[in-house]
Design a binder for this molecule. Structure first.
Ligand code: UTP
Length: 229
């Protein structure tokens, strides 16, 4: 199976890099590769990206500059995961989704951060899923699923177990993104997932070790987003 995985920065680097989560992610990726799955990976910026961007705002940097700083942090986080993986990962984080797809032809796992200003790594992951013709996109976040409202702000919010890509666009597709904004799925990613009919799972960290079972159809506590056929 071809699978594109987006590791949210908030999960990998909540306050600082979370060594145990990075090592577990590396183990899971190595094991998927050994079982002959093609894996494509994107890592987010997390708290550190926001720390840099807040200071950039204080310096009155432009949106494009803020985004570029965010991108560098995502690449630094990608490098942490690359270092944990050893030779099975491409040594440098690819800068484009096309370069990431080429890497897989050399039988290496590409682990990339962001690409260009204007979106987040979720959107990069949706582009990579499309470019690599992945069967599925998996988005790991610090929340365990998509909820009817942000569960951190609204404790009564309910978990959505299944939705269509159209529902995803209704929920997130129209939001105006600001650099460093915190959303489970960014608006551009939502639109791409719908446009390209990409089956997507939104999962929490607790499902990381079960990823292969879940890809093989096991139940999970996240949200399944299905294209409308
Ligand atoms: P993230 O993908 O980490 O965004 O990129 P996020 O919404 O904060 O996600 P989590 O918390 O990691 O899950 C960090 C910032 O880097 C810039 C954006 O400003 C984004 O908010 N960025 C990232 C880009 O401009 N382009 C990219 O391709 C990636």
């Amino acid at each position: 199976m071809k699978v594109t995985i987006s590791f949210g920065g908030a999960m990998m680097v909540p306050e600082k890099p979370d060594a145990s989560t990075i090592l577990s992610a590396a183990n899971v990726l190595v094991s998927l590769k050994k079982r002959r799955h093609d894996v494509f990976v994107v890592v987010g910026g997390g708290h550190q990206a926001r720390v840099y961007m807040q200071q950039g705002v204080a310096m009155k940097l432009s949106r494009a500059e803020l985004d570029k700083i965010g991108i560098e942090v995502t690449r630094l986080n990608a490098r942490m995961l690359i270092a944990a993986m050893g030779k099975i990962a491409e040594e440098e984080p690819p800068k484009t989704v096309e370069a990431a797809v080429e890497t897989s032809f050399r039988n290496k796992i590409p682990i990339m951060g962001g690409t260009v200003p204007g979106h987040t790594t979720d959107a990069v992951a949706a582009m990579l899923a499309k470019a690599s013709r992945s069967d599925i996109l998996v988005i790991f976040t610090d929340v365990d699923a998509i909820y009817t409202k942000d569960p951190k702000l609204y404790p009564a919010a309910e978990k959505i177990q299944e939705m269509t890509t159209k529902d995803l666009v209704k929920m997130f597709g129209k939001i105006k993104r600001e650099p460093g904004m915190k959303l489970v799925v960014d608006p551009i990613a939502a639109q791409l997932v719908d446009k390209h009919n990409i089956k997507t799972l939104v999962l929490g960290k607790s499902e990381l070790e079960r990823l292969e079972e879940i890809l093989n159809g096991a139940e999970h506590g996240g949200t399944t987003i299905k294209p409308v056929s």
